[in-house]
Ligand binder design. Structure first.
Ligand code: NAP
Length: 463
């Protein structure tokens, strides 16, 4: 390396792909390294903030407040935003290599896992990921066919996403109105007929994935009771041993025991928690979902100590017209970037991208967030994760392991995008859209009114 990367004469040029939490945390960590650095943050969507805008539940505004720290990062003089730029389509891996010294991939986990059961492709069978994107105003899910005319919905899985979707289905319009839920979703939910929401776990109450705050909230729903069956809360010996000393799990159980004791109080909607059930078939009637057949499970401790669900050959059927699978997100591959399809992540060593074929580190390429470690943890978990990856990069820089970009001209990328007719959205343009949303929100007593369609966002910029 002949040039002094990271110096005032030749700042390190970093591209980050994905403007969600891990992208912003990676940018913040880069600015903190004490070197001269410029960061260009790219996103496929016009709006930045990824899951904070399009994933976090609208009634969890306290979690969304973290976006303020992202705005502070965006205010750094060396920061530029390129929204509405699709990596692999509008701009290629080779082009980024030519113009940037380092690339960080922070694209999260944009897809989801399937159940692999008959009937899964019926209308109104969808992933929680899609349903969440729909109510949060993600432009690609504006027209998702959500039919809330049925009496019951089934949510498969007992993680925090399952809790989010069950809660949104269970809440009254009064409880949702002053949030930033998308207008189209609020309108559809106002007409919802869904009275019974079944949250179904394949394992037992000692293996739930949700956290204390989320189960606690289920006790504060204005128009819905939370129903837990006492006989399903009995723990087998292995489960009792597994959670011994686990205060968070004990607390979860305390909440569930309290729900079992209180039972139904006559509220018009009910959230039922059911355990040891695996959906095996979605039953159709006249082209619509009519019910879901479930196999009853029992728990078995494996040799490794894991407690697994095992089918008993006994079945029960829950009538419902909607099924939301909430069984985990999955990363998607990107052109020119190594991908571990089995785990849905970019293979890496402490954040350094690894070529699966050669087993070697790909110089100058890094990864952070869910696409690095899989879809686990809360928003804040991505901060130390991104710092770890940036530290790996810094270590490589100090050890002269980075190759300087052939053409580091900062104007090369905007010029290329313009030449291609890509209408990229800058930081100041995003601020304009943001201000319109917030102003409209103020008028209606909401944190913001989301502009959903890309064309409508771009129209704001033309006005
Ligand atoms: P998760 O926590 O991993 O939960 C996935 C659930 O799906 C588990 O209950 C799992 O059961 C179940 N599951 C997986 N495969 C299944 C199958 N084939 N059949 C039936 N059930 C199956 O994932 P998540 O809810 O998508 O959440 C992702 C991450 O985001 C988590 O770290 C979560 O805490 C976080 N998050 C946080 C918040 C918040 O802080 N408020 C909100 C949303 C999400 P097993 O345990 O049996 O595998």
């Amino acid at each position: 390396m002949s040039v002094n990367l990271g110096s005032a004469e030749r700042p390190l040029r970093a591209a980050i792909i994905g403007a969600g939490p891990s992208g912003f945390y990676a940018a913040a960590a880069l600015f903190k390294e004490g070197i001269h650095v410029t960061v260009d943050l790219f996103d496929r969507l016009i709006a930045p903030h990824g899951l904070v805008r399009y994933g976090v539940a609208p009634d969890h505004q306290n979690i969304k407040a973290v976006a303020k720290t992202y705005d502070r990062t965006a205010a750094e003089p060396g920061f530029r935003y390129f929204g509405n730029v699709d990596f692999g389509k509008d701009i290629t891996h080779e082009e980024l290599k030519k113009h940037y010294d380092v690339i960080f991939y922070t694209t999260g986990a944009q897809s989801d896992r399937k159940l692999g059961i008959p009937g899964e492709d019926l209308p109104n069978s969808m992933s929680a990921t899609e349903f969440v994107a729909w109510y949060n105003g993600h432009p690609d899910y504006r027209d998702l066919a959500v039919d809330l005319s049925c009496n019951a919905a089934i949510v498969v899985g007992v993680g925090n996403v399952a809790m989010d979707v069950a809660r949104v289905l269970a809440k009254s319009i009064d409880e949702l109105e002053d949030t930033d839920i998308a207008d189209h979703a609020l309108k559809a939910l106002a007409k919802s007929n869904v009275k019974d929401i079944y949250v179904v776990a394949r394992r037992g109450p000692a293996q739930v994935k949700f956290t204390n705050a989320e189960i606690r909230e289920m006790g504060h729903l204005a128009i819905a009771d939370t129903i837990v069956l006492d006989n399903e809360l009995k723990l087998d010996r292995a489960s009792s041993a597994e959670i011994e000393g686990d205060t968070a799990m004990q607390k979860n159980l305390d909440y569930m025991r309290a729900f079992a004791e209180i039972g139904a109080t006559g509220k018009p909607r009910r959230v039922h928690f059911r355990f040891l059930l695996s959906p095996v078939e979605i039953i159709e009637e006249n082209g619509k979902i009519a019910a879901v057949k479930m196999e009853r499970n029992e728990l078995r401790a494996s040799v490794s100590g894991d407690i697994k669900a095992s089918g008993t050959g006994k079945y029960e059927t829950i009538p419902a017209g909607m099924i939301l699978r909430s069984v985990g997100y999955k990363g998607v591959p990107m052109p020119g970037v190594p991908f571990d399809a089995r785990h849905g992540v970019i293979p890496n060593e402490v954040g350094r991208v690894v070529d699966l074929e050669t087993g070697r580190v790909v110089p100058g390429e890094y990864v952070a967030g869910w696409i690095k470690r899989g879809p686990t943890g809360v928003i804040g978990t991505n901060k130390p994760d991104a710092i770890e990856s940036v530290n790996s990069m810094f270590d490589d820089l100090q050890k002269n392991k980075l190759e300087a970009a052939a053409d580091p001209d900062p104007e090369a990328i905007p010029a290329l995008l313009k030449e291609r007719g890509v209408r990229y959205v800058t930081k100041d343009e995003w601020k304009k859209i943001d201000a319109v949303e917030v102003t409209e929100g103020k008028k209606r007593g909401k944190p913001r009114v989301k502009i959903v369609k890309r064309a409508d966002m771009l129209a704001v910029l033309e006005s």
